[in-house]
Design a protein around this ligand. Structure first.
Ligand code: NAD
Length: 283
């Protein structure tokens, strides 16, 4: 794979590129010989990351992107088209419960994210793959068929109107985050058929407790963090590189038959959490 990339350079789009996981994905991709297209909110941070890529012997193009601003999404999509398309997408953009209210979380993590992925989809070459980063939180909120039904159509013209009567169920940012990530996971599963008809794969990746700035912000705010951490079967927090290596596998030809599913990269947390819940629920 690596030598193939060097002979026929493949272009990989990384969004949220200057964040913890985005940076790890970017540097690992450069190491594997990809040409990287970097997108994020801050131009100066992107320029710094591009300089780091060049220092590693790679090349990078930068685009400022706010997934909630359609003009920036359209500009990036047009640039990808003009550049002859791309060979993979790793979409890490997201905000966590400590970073915004419920409306902003739904706007960025679900509506903006799905609108963005659909806008760049025509520029993903057949045979290639998009990976959307979700969260293990998607596995941990109680089933809510009515709410999940509305969230499963984030791009419907009447989405806001249908959400309004249910919004009280989302007003805790932690719940908004969990349901947004679950809806994104579900969106990937449901849309993979349409992507597959174009010869494209669509996969979600759910990280567990990962040691990034966002992860530390959330962990510090958690009253029961030590108890949560003790449920990680592998006994350590994940590193952003754990996510990068899995995401790069998923966009590679080695994952050619993986689509429409979620890959949980959580060190065994959800398995332990589910077992604990079963043991503590009355039989
Ligand atoms: N860190 C964890 O423990 C953890 C756990 C589960 C899931 N996740 C998810 O993994 C992904 C990456 O997380 P991270 O820890 O690297 O976080 P991070 O905050 O370091 O990176 C997120 C990136 O998204 C960018 N971003 C935010 N809003 C944006 C917008 N509107 N448009 C474009 N870019 C925007 C930020 O600028 C940032 O660079 C997120 O989707 C997050 O929800 C993180």
């Amino acid at each position: 794979m690596t030598s193939d990339n060097r002979q026929h350079p493949r272009r990989l789009l990384v969004t949220g590129a200057t964040g913890g996981m985005g940076r790890a994905c970017t540097l690992a991709a450069v190491e594997q010989g990809y040409q990287v297209v970097l997108a994020d909110l801050s131009a100066p941070k992107l320029e710094q990351l591009a300089a780091d890529c060049v220092q590693q012997g790679g090349s990078a193009q930068c685009h400022t992107l706010d997934v909630t601003q359609p003009d920036t999404v359209a500009a990036l999509a047009a640039a990808l088209g003009a550049g002859g398309g791309i060979d993979g997408i790793i979409h890490t953009v997201g905000i966590s419960p400590q970073m915004g209210g419920w409306e902003r979380i739904i706007e960025v993590d679900l509506v903006g994210t799905t609108a963005f992925l659909e806008a760049v989809r025509p520029h993903l070459k057949p045979g290639c793959c998009a990976v959307a980063i979700t969260s293990m939180s998607a596995y941990m909120c109680p089933p809510n068929p009515e709410l999940e039904g509305v969230l499963s159509r984030p791009l419907a013209p009447d989405f806001a109107a249908r959400l309004k009567p249910l919004q009280a169920q989302l007003e805790h940012p932690g719940l908004a985050y969990s349901y947004a990530k679950r809806a994104l996971k579900q969106y990937v599963a449901e849309q993979a058929m349409a992507w597959g008809k174009e010869g494209k794969r669509f996969v979600s990746l759910s990280p567990g407790l990962i040691d990034t700035e966002m992860g530390r912000l959330e962990n510090n705010a958690m009253e029961n963090f030590d108890a949560m951490r003790s449920l990680v079967a592998l006994g350590r927090l994940g590193e952003p590189e754990d996510i990068a290596s899995t995401a790069l596998f998923l966009v590679s030809p080695l994952a050619a038959y993986i689509s429409g599913c979620d890959i949980l990269v959580d060190g065994g947390f959800v398995g332990s959490f589910s077992a604990m819940q079963r043991q503590s629920s009355p039989s």
